[in-house]
Structure formats: C-alpha cells, structure tokens
Ligand binder design. Structure first.
Ligand code: MLC
Ligand code: AMP
Length: 505
C-alpha cells in the first residue's frame, strides 16, 4: 500500500548521507541516520499518552532541534501539528487551544504551571514542556519509552498541520494543510530553486510559520541538506555563519539589517549560491543595495500559510526587483477585477489560484472556507496584483486590511478590538505605516474619552496581557476626529497618506 505520509517521503532521504548533520545548532546536532530512531521515541510517547491519528498537537516552544523532531514525529504518527508563535499571550493561547482542542499541548517549562491551569479549565488532557536546553517534562517522558518503529499510513489529503492565520474580523482561522499540500510544494521548490547535493541552509527564521518550517526545513530534508540552525536572527551571527552556508532564506527585514552591517560584503558571501526573500514585500532599494554590495540578486518569492509558495522569481533567468516572479509549476493563477473578469496584462486585480498546494479549508469554519473560494475552485488570496506580458507577477497591495511587520501579520481589527475595550478610549483606528526596519509599523490613532496624560503607559500596560508584543502599536497618536466616508467607513487611506513619513524622518 502506498503511504502518502510526508514523513515516509522524508525518511527515504535519511540514509542517503547517513553521517551528515541534519541540524547543527548552538545546543547540539543530529545526524540524518539518527532521525528515525529519535522521532521513534516521540512516537512511543504519543502512544503512551493515548494520542490517536488526527489528534491535534499544539506546540508553543523555543526553536530547537527537539522541536523539529517533535514536528517530524507528529507527521510520522498522523497527528496534526499546530505550531504557535512564542510571543502569543495566555489570552491568545486560550483561543487557539479552545478552537483546536488538542490532545497534547507542549509549552515552555517556565509557563507549564500556568498552562496546566488553562488546560484544566479547557478540559485538555496532556500538557508537557520543553526548551532548547533540553529542560522540561517532555524529556522525562522520553526517558520512559523505547523507540518505536511505527509510521502511520496516511492518505494524501489527511491533515498534517494547522497554521493559524489572523483574520480581518480579528478572529484567527486555522488553515488545514494536508500531507500532499506540503509535499507537492516542497518538491516544486526543490526543483525550481535548483537545490544542489551539497547545499547547506543557513536557518535563522522562527519555525512556527510556513516560511521557516515548511519552505526551509521541508526542502532541506528532501534534499538531505545540512542546516545551520540558529536560535533566532542576529545579523552579526548570520554574517559569521554565511561563509559556511550556500542558501539562506529570510524576510526583508533580515536583508535590511544585513545591509546595515559593515561586515556584510562580497567576501562573506563567497560560498553562497542563493538568498531568498519572502513573507513581505522586498523593496527595490533593498534588492539593488544588496546586489551592489554582494554582486548577488536576492530571489523574491510570494506565498501564504494557506497555500505555501505561489510564485517565485526564476533561479536562472532574470530576477526583477519589485516583482515576485512567475506562478510556480503545477499552479494555475489568474488576476480578477471587480466585475469578476480576468484583467488584461498590466491591470490590477485580486490574485486567485489553484493547485495541489492549496489548503483543505479553515478548521471548523466551513462557511468561511466557502467564501474564500470561487465557484470554479480558485482560492482568493486577497492580494492585489498585476501580471506583465511575460507572466511576471507584481504584488501591489492587499484587499484585506493587513499589516506585515518584520514578516509577522497583524490584522488591524484585532488591535482595534483590544484598544476599544479600554474604557478611556472612545475610538481607535490602526494602520500600517512605512518603516525602514520592519517594512510596516503598527500604528494606533485614538480618540480619548477625556484628557489623560498617562494614556500611552496605561494602554501599553493593558495590551501586555492581551496581544503578542509584535502586534503592539509602535506609536500611539491622539486624534480629535477619525475621517470617515459618507457610508461611515473609516478612511484609512487618508490617514496612511497623512502619516506616511512618521517613521522615515
Ligand atoms: C519582534 N518585535 C517586533 C517584531 N519582532 N515588532 C514588530 N514586528 C516584528 N516582526 C518586537 C518585540 O516584541 C520586542 O518589543 C522588540 O521588537 C524586540 O524583540 P526581538 O525579539 O529582539 O525582535 P527582533 O530580533 O528585532 O525580531 C525582529 C525579526 C523577527 C524581524 C528578526 O520578527 C523575525 O524573525 N521575523 C520573521 C517572521 C517570519 O518568519 N515570518 C514568516 C511568516 S510566513 P519590545 O517592545 O519588547 O522591545 C508568511 C508566508 C510567507 O508570511 O510567504 O512566507
Ligand atoms: P501569512 O498569512 O502569514 O501566510 O501571510 C501571507 C501574506 O504575506 C500574503 O497574502 C501576502 O500579503 C504577504 N506576502 C508573502 N510574500 C510576499 C511577497 N514576496 N511580497 C509581498 N507580499 C508577500
């Protein structure tokens, strides 16, 4: 029987270079030949805990080799892996846990007691903990078991993972990704980016998003590549590791920060074959400065949690600054205007696409899922784009009210809801403004009920428990009036135009 479990595909590569390091971090390393034995321990632990195929495993932990093993073990066991940003607050977690109702929740050891209380309240069974220093109750559990040889048999549309993405209404949606979704995209990218036998990936991204987890790690595993696995992005550290690597992936902020470093030059990039950027728009200015400094062109691609990668600049052909390249092989894409018609080349519309990488739907939201697809089965991305006569796509904006700050998505609505709950705030409006480091900066414009000198300190304090830090406004400005059109809709474009230089001066 064919096993379409993504792990089974990965496992075919474990013995290609058995002695090669798969992950090498500041805390240790693991060789390809040991992945199966090691993940077998996690599989045995799942079995002891009574976890079944299709059960959810929610994970909010530091980046570590063991966190990757946990991901691989979930695939192998047929459990649904749900990684969460480590910045999420307890309030945010409450939503994710109650929505996904996991059979296992893995958290940081320092938060374990408080998470146990939350889990008890939500009637969740298993809470364990881990961090990159191998502390936490997960490691005690692993000592109690012997490695299992079990690999679950999966169909290609069985769920492998759920990625929560925020929504315009302020409520996060869980994008359900299947084994086939993940495998098909990784295989296409492996070929499109011409991965080579001895490529070494420099990995500085977090592993709770599609970029660091599925794009970076899935390809590396399929290619049996070594991964230099950094705990987080630090420009000086990245520069010191670049001579040991051939491929790096990052959000635009990484490249902006590298260019701010004197030590970033041609010589440290001498072994590099490919720099890839995505998750947010890469400014032409960054692309050009990068080329001037290193002689290399960053390859920009475009994707989403719901679909993984959709378009990419070519590996061999021209990479054009400000564009995200061509639809990847196996993807059908089109750009549609307000009348529902396909636009002519150069005109702007909403990008829609279909392909084997498109997710199965939003977890427990069939109605919402329906709304995001056209009757003929295209997924509506919500991104505004145009296509050149050559077929190159340019993302020109977003139909959805979304801010992308340093590669993290922030939906203004969610921040506005949190602000409007503060009793001394009469009204709020949240917009993204251009920012040299983060690309866009979350900015709040508020009207107070009455004068309050301490408003900013008080607001920041109140937001601490509610929203992850990266969602907090970088600036909070007072307004007398919020501009609205005749329908009463806030005219955010007027505010964005008025304050466009706020962070640039
Ligand atoms: C951290 N902070 C941020 C932030 N990251 N604020 C706004 N935007 C961000 N992205 C805040 C912290 O809360 C903290 O606030 C302060 O900045 C410093 O924290 P830090 O941990 O030192 O942050 P820093 O190292 O500067 O992190 C910035 C970053 C990081 C850019 C290195 O955010 C990052 O690695 N981003 C990558 C995101 C990513 O992987 N995206 C892929 C999504 S997948 P304070 O107030 O305490 O000082 C996707 C699909 C696709 O979109 O196509 O790929
Ligand atoms: P997420 O929901 O976190 O998966 O974020 C996906 C969104 O990031 C997309 O819908 C785009 O708006 C944006 N995005 C990803 N890559 C790019 C890119 N290269 N250029 C512009 N926007 C991008």
């Amino acid at each position: 029987m064919v096993n379409n479990n993504l792990y089974a595909y990965f496992a075919k590569n474990f013995l290609k270079y058995p002695k090669r390091d798969f992950l090498s971090s500041d805390h240790g390393s693991i060789k390809f030949e040991n992945i199966h034995e090691e993940t077998g321990l996690y599989v045995a632990m799942f079995s002891n805990m009574g976890i079944s195929k299709g059960d959810r495993v929610v994970v909010q932990v530091e980046k570590s080799i063991e966190a990757v093993l946990l991901y691989l073990a979930c695939l192998r066991y047929g459990a649904i892996y749900i990684p969460l940003n480590t910045a999420y607050t307890k309030e945010e977690l409450r939503y994710f846990l109650s929505d996904s109702m996991p059979e296992l929740f893995v958290c940081d050891p320092q938060k374990e007691n408080s998470m146990r209380e939350l889990a008890k309240e939500l009637k969740l069974n298993n809470v364990i903990s881990m961090n990159s220093r191998k502390e936490g109750t997960l490691f005690h559990r692993l000592l109690e078991v012997q490695s299992s040889s079990f690999v679950e048999v999966c169909k290609d549309d069985d769920l492998a993972a759920i990625l929560y993405t925020s929504g315009t209404t302020g409520r996060s949606k869980g994008a359900m990704l299947t084994h086939k979704n993940l495998l098909s995209n990784a295989l296409v990218l492996l070929d499109y980016w011409a991965w080579e036998e001895n490529d070494i990936l420099l990995h500085a991204l977090p592993i709770f998003h599609v970029h660091g987890l599925f794009v970076a790690l899935n390809i590396a595993i399929l290619n049996s590549s070594k991964v230099i696995f950094l705990d987080f992005f630090d420009s000086k550290r990245v520069i010191s590791e670049l001579p040991n690597a051939t491929v790096m992936m990052g959000v635009p902020t990484y490249y902006v920060r590298l260019l701010n470093e004197q030590g970033f030059n041609k010589s440290v990039c001498q072994n590099m074959r490919l720099f890839i950027s995505g998750s947010a728009p890469l400014l032409s200015e960054t692309f050009n400065s990068f080329e001037e400094r290193t002689g290399m062109q960053i390859l920009e691609r475009y994707g989403m949690s719901e679909t993984s990668m959709i378009t990419s600049n070519p590996y061999s052909g021209n990479r054009v600054a400000g564009t995200v390249g061509f639809f990847l092989p196996s993807i059908e894409g089109r750009i549609i205007n307000e009348k529902g018609e396909e636009v002519v080349d150069g005109e702007i519309g909403v990008l829609e696409m279909k392909g084997p990488n498109v997710f199965k739907g939003y977890w427990k939201m069939p109605e919402k899922t329906k709304l995001e697809f056209t009757p003929d089965g295209y997924f509506i991305t919500g991104d505004m784009a145009s296509k050149s006569s050559e077929g190159r796509i340019t993302i020109v904006g977003r139909e959805k009210d979304l801010i992308i700050s340093g590669g993290y998505n922030v939906y203004p609505k969610e921040v506005e809801i949190a602000l409007d709950m503060i009793e001394f705030i009469k009204e709020s409006c949240v917009i993204g403004l251009p920012h040299r480091d983060f690309g866009e900066a979350v900015t709040a414009l508020i009207i107070l009920q009455e004068t309050n000198q301490e408003f900013e300190v008080n607001i920041r304090h109140l937001l601490n428990d509610k929203l992850a830090k990266f969602k907090h406004p970088k600036k909070i400005l007072l307004l007398e009036e919020i501009p609205r059109n005749t329908m009463g809709k806030v005219q955010k474009n007027i505010l964005r135009e008025h304050y466009k230089n706020l962070y640039l001066e």
